[in-house]
Each structure stands twice: as C-alpha cells, then as structure tokens.
Design a protein around this ligand. Structure first.
Ligand SMILES: Cc1cc2nc3c(=O)[nH]c(=O)nc-3n(C[C@H](O)[C@H](O)[C@H](O)COP(=O)(O)OP(=O)(O)OC[C@H]3O[C@@H](n4cnc5c(N)ncnc54)[C@H](O)[C@@H]3O)c2cc1C
Length: 391
C-alpha cells in the first residue's frame, strides 16, 4: 500500500533524503538510508514492483569474477554481504548460490577478463576444457572453441522479491514512500534540494536519483546525452528434462563467442529456464517501448538454446521486455550530480547493475548522509573523461 503521510519532524524540510525512483537501486538506497536512522522519503513514478524498467524478470545473475573489470570485484564482495543481510533482516530468500559458468574463447577478452579479475582478487575458479565442462555439466553442448570457467561464488538473485523486501524493511524502519509520483525536476538550491513532481513540490536536504533508463531526463551532466536505452527480451523455455536444470545441479551461465553474448539460469519453477541475449537489442525511448515480443526476438535465442543446451525444448512459455541504459564506456555512473553534492546519482547502470544494487544502496546512503564513502567508486565518477566526453 502506498504510504501518504510524509514525515515532518523538521518543518524546514519534508525529508533528510529523498530517493527518486524505487526500482533496483532506489529500493536499496531507501533501505540503507532508513537503516541509518535518516528521515527518508521515496518517490516512485509507477507502482513499486512494476515491470516497465529493469528490476523484473524473476532472476538476475550474481557473479564475482568480473570480465567487465577487476575494479568491480570489491563492490561485488561487499554486495554479497549486504544481500545476505537483507535476507536476514527480512527472512526472504533473495540469493541462491549455485555457482556459475563463464564460457567463451580462451584467448578472448571475456574469459581473459574473468581470469584476470579472479587472479587479482584471489577468487576461487576452475578452468575447464570443453570436454571437461560437458562431462561435469551434461546440460551443455559446447564447440571445441568454447572453454569454461567455473566460479563457485555465483548465483541467482530474485529481483522482485529483493525490491519488495528492501522497501518493506525500509518502511518498517520509518521510511515514507509515495507511488504514482513522477518527479519532473530537481534543483539544488544550495541549502536544500527542490523536487518538482506530478504531486507537488518537495523540499529535502539531499536527493538520491535512481531512475534507471530515465536518468538523462533528470540529471543534466556531460555524457548523459550519449547514454542510450536498449530494448532487451528475456524468454522462458520449457524444459524436456527439468531435473537436469535444478539449481543444485546447474548454475548460472554467461556465454560469449563470435561477438554474441547470451546467458541463462537454472530452473526456478521446475519447468522452464530463462535465457536472454546480453545486448543486440534495438534503441528505444523508455516511454515508447515495443512491449510485444516478436518471432524475430525469439528465433535467434531459440537457435542458441537448441545448439547450445541439452534437455531444453524449443517452446517459449513466456517472454518479456526489459530496459538497459548504456553508457559510452559501458561502466556505471555513481557519484555527485551537482557541484554541492546535495544530489547524488546511481545510473545509468549500463545493463549489468542488479547484482550490485545492495552495495550501491549503501554507497548512496554514504554519499547522501556523509558526503563520502569508503567503497571504491572512483571508476564510476560521472566526471571521468570516458563518460563525460573530455579527453
Ligand atoms: C533483461 C535484463 C536482464 C538483466 N539481467 C541482469 C543480471 O542477470 N544481473 C545483473 O546484475 N543485472 C542485470 N540486468 C541489469 C539490471 O537489471 C539493471 O542494471 C538494474 O536493474 C538497473 O536498476 P535501476 O535502479 O537503475 O533501474 P530500475 O530498476 O528500472 O529503477 C528505476 C526506477 O525509477 C523510476 N522512475 C523513473 N523515472 C522516474 C521519475 N521521473 N520519477 C520517479 N520515479 C521514476 C522507474 O519507474 C523505476 O521504478 C538486466 C537488465 C535487463 C533489462
């Protein structure tokens, strides 16, 4: 139920911190701000738990050895602890550790990046030839060029459950939330932040902006105009051999070969597995997304599934769209959004952010409440040249 009474202990401001956008990152920021005793107000354009952004789809991959860059690993290690903390505080099972397989050309940048980050941070991993991988995981059909790295510290996050758990916990701790409120503009007034919305104006001490695919509309920073939204499709294929894909027998996988990146999950319902491409979707306006899933979306995925997995049928039981927002350098944007630092932003999350959401929430609470964080977020600074466009 939407909460409507705004906490007004201090008549000067409606809240110490406003969190704008209560999806993946915002729900965690709300929880973390509330955990620290802050008077926090969350504003969400739609209903919490909706499926128009990026925080839905039953499952999201968690992995620690990170092809995208070793600089992400400390955040992933910290995220793991916070996911477990949220589980403990709410009694909800949010992360199932299944282990994971990264599959690709052993000489390519994907497996190279996984191994480099694992070695740099001393992460457990095993390198498997295609034969070794197929012997151990009979679910796989690999070509001679597809080697694998098995990482035990990988698993499946439950996004809808996690967002709901964080919001519920934050409310228990005193957070206020308003749904169906579209924030139209944020102004850093020096002494406070003015938030203009479809339901009036709020005056808050600080603001956290976590609006995902809509970030460039609210945050005017150099580089935001080069971010773009990508329509993605995720599909659930019916299993012929459901037992093979039980989470205790099969983990998450990410496969990158010949420029095509696809990934999948063990079965969560005992009947289907979810599979999707990473990238390759069309550019879209986040408010004008084609939500119909077409044969042209599914056929290439079906072809990968039939060629690359055993015991999975061609039948797609369900399919949905989801939004990536990509950055010019494919890395996150996390940091101050105004000169005073009263407004902080997490986003775009470049299509791979969910696994970090718990730690991003904590970082945002640090930045909003203390103006600094101990976590290594320098690589995601909005002012970095590869994002802001300076050379
Ligand atoms: C198909 C798909 C699969 C993915 N799989 C994985 C995965 O396996 N592992 C992984 O780590 N990541 C994955 N990702 C990426 C990850 O889901 C995203 O990076 C992450 O969810 C982004 O979180 P967010 O909080 O930025 O956006 P969202 O979760 O979309 O939240 C943004 C929120 O802001 C609200 N909002 C927008 N504008 C306003 C406004 N003006 N006023 C108020 N509220 C507003 C929106 O309604 C929304 O609720 C996947 C993404 C997709 C699309």
């Amino acid at each position: 139920m939407p909460s409507t009474q705004i906490w007004a202990r201090d008549p000067e401001v409606d809240a110490e911190v406003a969190v704008v956008g209560l999806g993946s990152m915002g729900s965690m920021a709300l929880w973390q701000c509330a955990s620290r005793g802050a008077r926090v107000l969350g504003l969400e354009r739609f209903a919490i738990g909706h499926d128009r952004g990026a925080g839905h789809g039953d499952s999201k991959i968690f992995r620690t050895a990170y092809a995208e860059g070793s600089e992400y690993v400390p955040l992933l290690q910290a995220a793991l602890g916070l996911w477990h903390l949220l589980e403990q505080e709410t009694g909800k099972p949010l992360l199932t550790m299944t282990g994971g397989l990264m599959i690709g050309d052993p000489a390519g940048s994907f497996l190279g990046g996984v191994v480099a980050s694992a070695r740099m941070h001393g992460l457990l991993h095993e390198v498997l030839t295609p034969d070794q991988a197929m012997q151990r995981f009979p679910q796989l059909r690999l070509t001679a060029r597809e080697h694998a790295i098995w990482e035990p510290r990988a698993g499946v996050l439950r996004p809808e459950l996690a967002i709901a758990a964080a919001i519920d916990r934050a409310r228990q701790l005193g957070a206020e939330t308003l749904e169906q409120v579209e924030v139209q503009r944020l102004t850093d007034c020096g002494s406070h932040v003015k938030i203009e919305s479809s339901r009036g104006t709020f005056r808050v001490a600080r603001a956290v902006v976590t609006v995902g695919a809509w970030t460039p509309r609210l945050v005017q920073l150099p580089g935001m105009d080069r971010c773009w939204v990508e329509r993605q499709v995720q599909a659930w294929f019916r299993l012929e051999e459901p037992d093979l894909y039980r989470p205790d027998r099969f983990g998450i996988f990410a496969r990158y070969i010949d420029g095509v990146n696809w990934y999948g999950f063990p079965t969560l319902d005992g009947a289907t597995i979810k599979v999707a491409f990473h990238h390759g979707g069309s550019r879209t306006d986040p408010d004008q997304v084609d939500r119909t899933v077409h044969a042209t979306d599914l056929d290439p995925l079906r072809e990968r599934v039939c060629r690359g997995l055993r015991g999975v049928s061609e039948e797609v039981v369900r399919a949905t769209t989801c939004l990536y927002i990509n950055t010019p350098d494919d890395h996150f944007v996390i940091g101050p959004a105004t000169a005073s630092g009263r407004v902080v932003v997490a986003g775009p999350m470049a299509g791979h952010g969910f696994k970090f959401a718990a730690i991003v929430g904590s970082v945002l609470a640090d930045l909003a409440l203390e103006g600094k964080t101990v976590h290594p977020i320098e690589p995601f600074d909005p002012a970095r040249p590869s994002f802001a466009g300076e050379t």
